[in-house]
Ligand binder design. Structure first.
Ligand SMILES: [Zn+2]
Length: 857
């Protein structure tokens, strides 16, 4: 072993320090090359692997190739939040490129379940190579440059054969914002004499690191949810081309090697996916990867980890479109050179493995193109014949009060090309359709799995994310097809009112409208009890939380007030009514003390090392992009100098907060006690309990009595000669993994008369949980705002132990008083992945109504 290690070190050091002719290192076997095509090195002025290449240079190089080669063309399919271009380079033979539209229409015949073409082998196979979805897993984008060059410039028989038999789409950087964050980091810390010490700054990026996109979202979870422009653009492309093969390149720990599929064999199969995808296709491709990596002597593994259960990965979503999606994971040099147990790992070494797997993918796809195409055809055809195990033939949903939430859900269905129909107020989604499996994905729920350790979420019934009131139906009555979201939200344009304007709090966009009016200086109150009143829209029932804008109480003319209310309505499309009297038909009158004037939220959030960048990013994204309101992000090292009195709400998501000493905790308590609102999410809630900032507790593991009984039983067992339980060592991680909560959906009972429950019409609400924070219900009968119901499981994996002992007795939302202020504790994440439209309002209630929440004694 020692010899091998020494040899390995030698090779790596050699490549790195002496920078051998890169051409030979990466693609000697692809010669001869067209000399008119600049190599990446000639274009960039450095060898691939010597520096990390900025995204704009990647785009510039691919653009250059498209300009000078008749094998390539380039398109921009979107723009990131930071305005970087998302590009797709098409590479194929000059002949194919000229006939691209014909190829496309021939290919699309096979994904149309109404057609049955049989010329499987005649049409070029469609391959989509996707790179660098995680910004700080940089080797693959560099491999994309080499791939593009090789395909455009190589005149080898092998490459010419690929070009003739396939159309290859290269997306060099799926996440350019994250990539450039990382690129900037490693290049700025790079030394001339490379430093391989793992603890060097080059290898230890600072918070929030480059993995995620601008709002710190993991784009490799967003394929299902389509929250971000990167995924929206990609999905649009995906549903234009329906590729047969899609790659998704990643990096993992520095001490690992290389991973390719198959994933865990008995693993957590997506119950929706055809078995052939797992069994046949993966095994068909694996020998190609093994062979290619064997040739260059790279170590690899398969089958031991990763699962494609969650349908929102780049390596699972294309499977749901009849393709074969492939995950690759490469040990990371994170930077240019790092120490490993086997010696040093270089950046070029990681790039070469990704490049090698890329070409093995192309080789396998071309060799099996007829098979892949037939598989895809059958995949979509089965959508029309396949019977769901549930016995349902479709799903129905309706939403009366919250038009914008309903619209967002329908937009989600349409993004995935799911057919939706409308009859009266009811929407119907039949299962018998091309996107049969996407319908299952959106609505079906599960509780049994063949495995219990998940790489990520085990629940993804998106209808629950949106709190849609839906049900499975046995027979489908279609109605008219809904082809766009235009016209789903219809509100009467508000006319000028003499006395007051009133807005129900149901609509998803109402908090945004409220913030707009508050920012323009209107005084707005919220109803703490329901009422019915005559309005410009006739007699209207206004529920808890309805907003009141009394004309006479403003420091503005009635024309100015009208203008602001109208603006808010037009901008956020919410229902607004006017009234000329304060006298109600039922319930409270408009001058009642049960209306409370709301303070405009001034929000801050603690961020930085130790804080969950995902949860923080979700809060930032929600307020910034949906509520159109600012949030101050305070880095932990600025906390001690921050003037907290500037804010009336502070958010603490999951985090260690080890930077806050007892003095800083006192500052937090003092600020809250002045009447402000501290909002904690998941681990943040545990932190305020552990630090005794609130007088609440976590659900205990077992009561003293239970423990006593258990101890007694164990004593008896031992006396009877039964030894303590023994289990095989090798199974430990599987057993322990079962007790994690990767992500599942539970039902809570919400007090809809509590300000935190305003805007909800039903007390039953699905929530998302992916943590082990279990809050004990409050001793105060009015302070447990949401508690899990008696049978709380809706969707996803949870161990019996966690369900019975922890979920069932626990609270989901608590309010805990500190002086004149309060802490709102969320056990679950109301803003998960920017897609939980159903629970966002709980969080927004804490911000907008928090100042008016007291805990009655
Ligand atoms: Zn990754």
């Amino acid at each position: 072993m020692k010899g091998t290690k020494y040899y390995f070190t030698l090779i790596c050091t050699f490549i790195c320090i002496n920078s051998i002719v890169a051409q030979d290192y990466y693609f000697k076997d692809k010669a001869p090359f067209n000399e008119a095509i600049p190599t990446p090195e000639e274009f960039l002025g450095y060898e691939i692997g010597e520096h990390h290449t900025r995204h704009d240079l990647i785009v510039a190089y691919l653009t250059k190739l498209a300009e000078i080669s008749d094998r390539a063309s380039i398109e921009v399919y979107g723009k990131t939040h930071e305005k970087r271009k998302l590009v797709m380079l098409t590479v194929t033979s000059p002949e194919n490129l000229k006939n691209l539209e014909t190829i496309k229409s021939n290919h699309l015949q096979f994904v149309n379940p109404a057609k049955t073409p049989k010329n499987y082998d005649e049409v070029p196979v469609i391959i989509q190579l996707g790179y660098n979805v995680h910004g700080n897993e940089p080797s693959s984008s560099e491999a994309a440059l080499l791939t593009a060059y090789t395909l455009v410039a190589s005149n080898s028989i092998e490459v010419l054969n690929y070009l003739e038999k396939s159309v290859i789409f290269i997306d060099p950087t799926i996440n350019p914002d994250g990539r450039d964050r990382h690129t900037q980091w490693v290049n700025q810390y790079q030394s001339k004499i490379l430093v391989s010490d793992n603890i060097d700054a080059e290898h230890t990026e600072a918070w929030p690191r480059g993995r995620t996109n601008h709002y710190w979202f993991d784009l490799n979870r967003d394929w299902l949810l389509a929250v971000h422009p990167e995924s929206q653009g990609k999905l649009k492309w995906m549903h234009t081309w329906y590729p047969n093969v899609v790659t998704d390149f990643h990096e993992m720990g520095t001490n690992s090697h290389h991973f390719f599929e198959p994933m865990k064999p008995i693993g957590s199969f997506d119950p929706i996916m055809p078995e052939e995808n797992y069994e046949d296709l993966n095994n068909l491709f694996a020998p190609y990867f093994a062979n290619a990596l064997d040739k260059i002597g790279s170590l690899y593994y398969t089958k031991e980890s990763f699962d494609g259960t969650y349908p929102g990965y780049g390596s699972s979503y294309p499977d749901l479109q009849g393709g074969l999606a492939l995950l690759f994971e490469q040990a990371s040099s994170r930077g240019h050179l790092q120490d490993t147990d086997y010696g040093k790992i270089t950046f070029p070494f990681t790039i070469r493995n990704q490049f090698t797997s890329t070409f093995a993918t192309i080789e396998a796809a071309v060799a099996n193109k007829g098979y892949l195409r037939k598989y895809q055809q059958e995949f979509f055809k089965s959508g029309l014949t396949k019977k769901a195990k549930t016995g349902f033939s479709g799903y129905e949903f309706e939403e009366k009060y919250d038009q914008n939430r309903k619209k967002a859900f329908i937009a989600q269905l349409l993004t995935h090309k799911i057919k939706v129909y409308k009859k009266g107020d009811t929407y119907t989604v039949p299962l018998k359709q091309k996107q049969h499996r996407m319908v299952q994905t959106m609505f079906e729920t599960y509780d049994k799995y063949s495995d219990s350790v998940f790489y990520d979420a085990s629940a993804w019934s998106v209808a629950n994310f949106y709190n849609m009131d839906y049900k499975g139906i046995k027979s489908v009555k279609l109605g008219s097809e809904v082809t766009s979201t235009k016209g789903i939200v219809q509100n009467n344009k508000i006319e000028k009112a003499a006395y007051a304007y009133i807005v129900n709090w149901d609509d998803y966009n109402t908090p945004a409208a409220l913030y707009h009016m508050q920012s323009k200086g209107l005084k707005v109150a919220a109803a703490f009890k329901p009422f019915t009143i005559g309005t410009s829209d006739g007699e209207v029932n206004f529920n808890y939380g309805s907003l009141l804008i009394p004309v006479s109480k403003q420091d503005k003319t009635s024309a100015e007030v009208y203008q602001i209310v109208l603006e808010a309505q037009e901008k956020f499309n919410v229902p607004v009514s006017g009234t000329n009297s304060g006298y109600s038909i039922k319930g409270i009158d408009l001058g009642s003390n049960n209306f409370r004037v709301l303070k405009k939220p001034k929000v801050a959030m603690l961020i930085g090392e130790g804080v969950s960048s995902y949860e923080a990013g979700e809060v930032w994204h929600l307020l910034d992009t949906r509520m159109h309101m600012p949030i101050t992000k305070i880095r932990m090292n600025n906390y001690s100098s921050a003037k907290l009195d500037t804010y009336n709400a502070l958010v603490m998501v999951s985090g260690k907060y080890s930077q806050l000493d007892s003095l800083q905790m006192q500052k937090l308590k003092n600020w809250t006690a002045k009447g402000n609102t501290l909002i904690t999410i998941a681990g943040g809630s545990k932190w305020v309990i552990d630090k005794k900032i609130v007088k609440e507790s976590l659900t205990k593991k077992e009561t003293a009595k239970e423990k006593e009984n258990k101890d007694k039983k164990e004593n008896i067992d031992t006396k009877l000669g039964q030894v303590a339980k023994r289990l095989p060592y090798v199974e430990a991680s599987e057993h322990l993994g079962r007790e994690r909560l990767g992500g599942a959906i539970f039902e809570v009972d919400l007090d809809i008369t509590h300000p935190l429950g305003f805007g909800y019409r039903s007390s039953k609400l699905p929530v998302y949980k992916n943590n082990l924070v279990f809050l004990a219900p409050s001793k105060n009968p009015y302070a447990t705002v949401a508690k899990y119901t008696e049978n709380p499981h809706i969707d996803g994996f949870i161990s019996e132990n966690n369900l019975e002992k922890f979920i069932k007795p626990s609270a989901s939302i608590l309010v805990s008083p500190i002086g004149k202020g309060r802490v709102v504790l969320f056990a679950d994440n109301p803003n998960f992945r920017g897609a939980w439209y159903g629970t966002n309002k709980l969080f927004l209630n804490a911000l907008f109504l928090g100042g008016e929440i007291s805990v009655p004694k």
